[in-house]
Design a protein around this ligand. Structure first.
Ligand SMILES: Nc1ncnc2c1ncn2[C@@H]1O[C@H](COP(=O)(O)OP(=O)(O)O)[C@@H](O)[C@H]1O
Ligand SMILES: [Mg+2]
Length: 259
């Protein structure tokens, strides 16, 4: 049980966006992906969810190679993700945006239509209750009726994460979810990520804020120019001069990473 990315290669025309990148994400684990802009972090997410084609290597979800599997079938295997730039219709309410993270589980076999109707009604009630819990966790309850277009981007990102969690994934991929969040919102997000991971969800996180990275995860993979520069324990990486140089530019001390 894990996501295994093995020597994945992604090219866009002549540009090599990922070259032989590998990582493993186990249930309950929080792995951070770090690296400068353009180093391939979002492309790595896209290669896992199927939004980009890989030119080489393999992506396995719980042992099944999915490189030829379309995105919706990968999602059905238990993936959920948030996007670096959420694209919601600004007129959609917070509640509707989170509710669309739920989708009815289809039941095989020919059920009577009345039974099906009852089941759907029960499921809708369950979704509404679960949605309410998630909105409360994210302190978004009072904003449930507010249109997304009226919220600052930080809160839209929180909604995006709430929607991904509503999906009850086995693996949750969060692409810079903390960008633009206030400190209090970041803390809320960190608590939620920890709670989700403690419940057994594997979390892959793109994050620049090093304080948050250290707080949340012990394992990090570092990308630089589409290549895997380093991977390992976060605190050990911080003692690695190659990592510090790539992440911040040379001449800086790890202590400065905490800002
Ligand atoms: N759809 C695309 N078409 C062409 N080039 C792309 C596409 N997506 C990403 N890239 C390029 O791939 C490289 C990695 O991008 P990206 O994965 O978004 O980096 P990061 O998320 O680390 O900032 C960049 O040079 C970017 O311009
Ligand atoms: Mg990105």
């Amino acid at each position: 049980m894990s996501i295994e990315v093995d020597k994945v290669v992604v090219r866009f025309g002549g540009l090599v966006a990922l070259q032989d990148v590998s990582l493993t994400l186990e249930p309950g684990q929080i792995v951070t992906v770090i690296g400068p802009n353009g180093s391939g972090k979002s492309t790595l997410f896209n290669s896992i969810t199927g939004l980009t084609k890989v030119a080489g290597g393999s992506v396995r979800i719980d042992g099944v190679d999915v490189v030829k599997t379309p995105p919706h079938q990968r999602i059905a295997r238990g993936l959920a993700r948030s996007f670096q730039t959420p694209r919601f219709d600004p007129r959609i309410s917070v509640e509707d945006a989170v509710l669309c993270g739920f989708y009815p589980v289809s039941h095989a076999g020919i059920a009577g239509s009345l039974l099906r109707t009852l089941r759907v009604a029960r499921q809708e009630r369950e979704f509404a209750q679960a949605c309410e819990r998630i909105l409360t966790d994210f302190k978004l309850g009072p904003l449930r009726g507010v249109a997304l277009g009226e919220l600052p981007m930080g809160q839209v990102r929180l909604v995006e994460v709430a929607r991904a969690i509503a999906h009850r994934p086995k693996y949750l991929l969060l692409d810079e979810p903390a960008a633009g969040l206030t400190r209090a919102e970041q803390q809320l997000l960190a608590d939620e990520i920890r709670r989700v991971a403690a419940a057994g969800v594997g979390v892959l996180l793109v994050e620049h804020n090093f304080a948050l990275v250290r707080e949340l995860s012990d394992h990090a993979v570092v990308l630089d120019g589409g290549r895997l520069l380093a991977s390992g324990n976060v605190n050990e990486l911080m003692r690695d001069p190659a990592f510090v140089a790539a992440y911040l530019g040379s001449g800086q001390q790890p202590a400065e990473l905490t800002s």
